[in-house]
Design a binder for this molecule. Structure first.
Ligand SMILES: NC(=O)c1ccc[n+]([C@@H]2O[C@H](COP(=O)([O-])OP(=O)(O)OC[C@H]3O[C@@H](n4cnc5c(N)ncnc54)[C@H](O)[C@@H]3O)[C@@H](O)[C@H]2O)c1
Length: 331
């Protein structure tokens, strides 16, 4: 099975885990990344094993050149900072939609038969009957980021139908683990705990989220690369378990081994926190994000392996060894 894979966004958090997994499985891997949020440090352990092409997915020619001769494309590059997509939805659309169309076109021109496309749980928007099932749940994004990811999935389907190649879109939940970027709720809790400060929960902390450890989405990703399934398909990358933000804060406190307890701050969506410097509570927040893992289990026989406790413990240990990684907040 091993062949060659081009990974866009391979220097990022999830992309670098995908690169690591593919290399371990014997694939030849090329990363295509503009290093806007990705880091060479994420690939340092694979120096000499991975080819790195510095380029932008908006540069269709360079992307197509990099795609030539590859057996599969794994498209992970994206603009995923929600505050940036609120400020500049056109830039978000350009990177996430035009960039994905460029990847699909590159696959078509270069004759690559298989594409795995990083989508997002955000395409569902507010869950109506959780856990959301890929082919049954309404697709009603709350943020333009989710709209660009949903449109990208639709283009993937159209390209697959028209040109006969296979595209699997993976709708990741809140993916966490070593090399995660700093800016989301778990990272803010862990960094505060490392600094001896209590985690701050905005409001009642009742929002439910599907937190999935990065190794579990990487296993689904490889199944997509290796499956004999053809055509356009979408899969959730989640656990089916919904955890509230306040439960997560308590778990983070326990794992840190401190006697700190979460504190609450009355910050409304769209308002800025006084306790967590510069942090705005995102507007149009979801009440529930919970992804059914049933289709992935049925099609690939995979179930999530890493519990939230074990995964947060692993991220905490990585953070303690790499505190320099979380100095600038992106979200
Ligand atoms: N992390 C999550 O919880 C999560 C959840 C849902 C979906 N996703 C999706 O998973 C993918 C990976 O996310 P991540 O968390 O690893 O983010 P990340 O920011 O760590 O990785 C994104 C990578 O893409 C690169 N990139 C961005 N714009 C580019 C461009 N124009 N050209 C080339 N490279 C570019 C960045 O430099 C970075 O290496 C994204 O498509 C994201 O939308 C992530």
């Amino acid at each position: 099975m091993p062949g060659s894979v081009l990974v866009t966004g391979g220097a990022g958090f999830i992309g670098s885990h995908i690169v690591e997994d593919l290399l371990r499985a014997g694939y030849r891997v090329t990363v295509f990344d503009n290093f806007s949020s990705g880091l060479r440090e994420n690939l340092a352990a694979f120096d000499g094993e991975v080819e790195i092409v510095e380029g932008d997915i908006l540069d269709a020619e360079a992307l197509t050149a990099a795609a030539r001769g590859k057996d599969a494309l794994s498209h992970q590059a994206a603009q995923l900072e929600i505050t940036k997509c609120l400020e500049d939805p056109i830039d978000d659309m350009r990177t996430n939609l035009v960039g994905t169309i460029n990847v699909l076109n590159a696959a078509r021109i270069a004759g690559v038969g298989r594409v795995v496309n990083a989508s997002s749980a955000c395409i569902y928007g507010q869950a109506v009957d959780p856990p959301s099932q890929e082919d049954a749940a309404p697709h009603d994004p709350n943020w333009s980021y989710g709209a660009s990811k949903l449109a990208a999935e639709k283009y993937a389907q159209i390209f697959s139908n028209d040109y006969g190649f296979t595209v699997h879109s993976l709708r990741y939940g809140i993916t966490y683990g070593p090399r995660e970027w700093y800016g989301r709720v778990l990272t803010i809790f862990l960094k505060r705990l490392l600094e001896g400060k209590a985690p701050v929960v905005f409001g009642a902390g009742e929002q439910l989220r599907d937190f999935v450890f990065v190794d579990d989405v990487v296993r689904i990703h490889r199944a997509c690369i290796e499956s004999g399934l053809r055509g356009a398909q979408s899969f959730n990358g989640g656990t089916g378990i919904a955890t509230s933000v306040s439960q997560l804060a308590r778990l983070a406190c326990e794992i840190s081994g401190t006697d700190l307890e979460p504190v609450t701050e009355n910050v409304q969506p769209g308002e800025t926190s006084e306790l967590v410097a510069g942090r705005m509570r995102l507007p149009s927040e979801l009440g529930v994000m919970q992804l059914s893992p049933a289709k992935v289990q049925r099609v690939f026989g995979l179930t999530p392996k890493v519990t939230l406790r074990e995964g947060v413990q692993r991220e905490w240990e990585w953070l303690r060894e790499n505190p320099h990684r979380w100095t600038t907040m992106s979200y």
